[in-house]
Design a protein around this ligand. Structure first.
Ligand code: NCD
Length: 325
């Protein structure tokens, strides 16, 4: 599509130019992104300067609160020598004047080379991608998907267990509205890991997602009992109950604080079992878990930098040098 006033992308254009759901990536592409992310660890730690994205500009378009996702995108771009413009506070943007997402994104398409979008509406990232020529990365669309989180989650799991296949992974908490677990369950099923969905009845994984996963041949168990599953799993992925997505406060109060993982709960866990959380946590993981060998959530948050570095390089057609090259 070459409309008046719009740029066309040139040489080296990657085949899939957006990341909206994990279905946009093949298993091989996922593994190769994780390999790139691994190479970029010294750059993320500030031990090596590698300006692979010098001259590139990222638009951080966050229409919903974010700490880690927005900051790690920004850190990733700056550590690779590029720069970032932020939408800033939504209340100070033209969204309050009634500007449509389409118009805002068409403008960003001209300003920047790549954009990360977070929006309260499910489907917003695909909508933005259709409006833009530049690559769009879905940083969370309502209760939909969160594929860049999945990349860093997979990186963290592979770092701990050396593989993504054949693991037993418990996803716990708000499986209904939690977008992180929607994207992660899809990816893990593709790598043949077994999934244990642990939630209260009201917050079960949406049936359409369960049917899709089952059709892919996924091994799934559903239960509301967290404590009975701890000894069998390799990963416990805790999630926050997504208060902001509940239609009313009463419904939220029925399930608020339903799971609270404490250090003594982990006494029977496998020694290499890891506890993950996309953060922010509210009360799902007690601070006494932080000092156990199982806690991995702060490393996981750090891994957001390398995962997003690797992704932006890929979408902008820049190769990450392997080894000492
Ligand atoms: C998650 C999100 O925004 O979906 N946070 C994140 O990106 N690390 C999880 C949450 O908000 O509970």
């Amino acid at each position: 599509m070459n409309k008046v006033g719009r740029r066309t992308r040139g040489y080296g254009e990657p085949m899939e130019s957006d990341l909206i759901t994990m279905a946009d990536l093949t298993n091989e592409e996922i593994l190769s992104l994780l390999d790139d992310a691994e190479e970029l660890l010294p750059v993320a730690h500030g031990e090596r300067y590698l300006p692979l994205l010098q001259g590139k500009l990222l638009a951080n378009m966050f229409f919903e609160p974010s700490t880690r996702t927005r900051m790690s995108f920004e850190t990733a771009m700056k550590r690779l020598g590029g720069d970032v413009v932020n939408l800033g506070d939504v209340k100070s943007s033209s969204a309050v004047k009634g500007e449509t997402l389409y118009d805002t994104m068409r403008m960003v398409d001209g300003y920047c080379d790549i954009a990360a979008l977070r929006h309260p509406r499910q489907g917003a990232a695909q909508y933005a991608a259709d409006a833009c020529e530049i690559p769009i990365m879905n940083g969370g669309d309502g209760a939909g998907q969160h594929p860049t989180q999945t990349l860093l989650d997979l990186f963290t799991i592979r770092q701990a267990h050396g593989r993504l296949d054949g693991l037993n992974v418990a996803l716990v908490g708000d499986l209904r509205y939690g977008r992180t677990v929607h994207s992660l369950s899809h990816a893990l099923a593709r790598f043949n890991s077994s999934l244990v969905f642990i939630s209260p009845e009201q917050l079960r994984m949406p049936s359409e997602i369960v049917s899709d996963l089952t059709a892919m041949g996924a091994k799934i168990e559903e239960t509301s009992d967290l404590y009975g599953s701890i000894t069998d799993v390799d990963v416990i992925y805790m999630t926050r109950i997504q208060k902001e997505r509940f239609p009313d406060e009463d419904e939220y109060s029925k399930v608020a604080g339903i799971y609270k993982l404490t250090a003594p709960d982990l006494s029977g866990a496998k020694s290499e079992m890891i506890v993950m959380h996309p953060l922010p946590r509210v009360s799902e993981i007690s601070p006494d878990v932080d000092s156990t060998r199982h806690a991995r959530y702060f490393e996981q948050a750090f891994n957001g930098v390398v995962a997003r570095m690797a992704l932006m390089c890929r979408l902008l057609g820049v190769d990450v040098p392997r080894g000492d090259a």
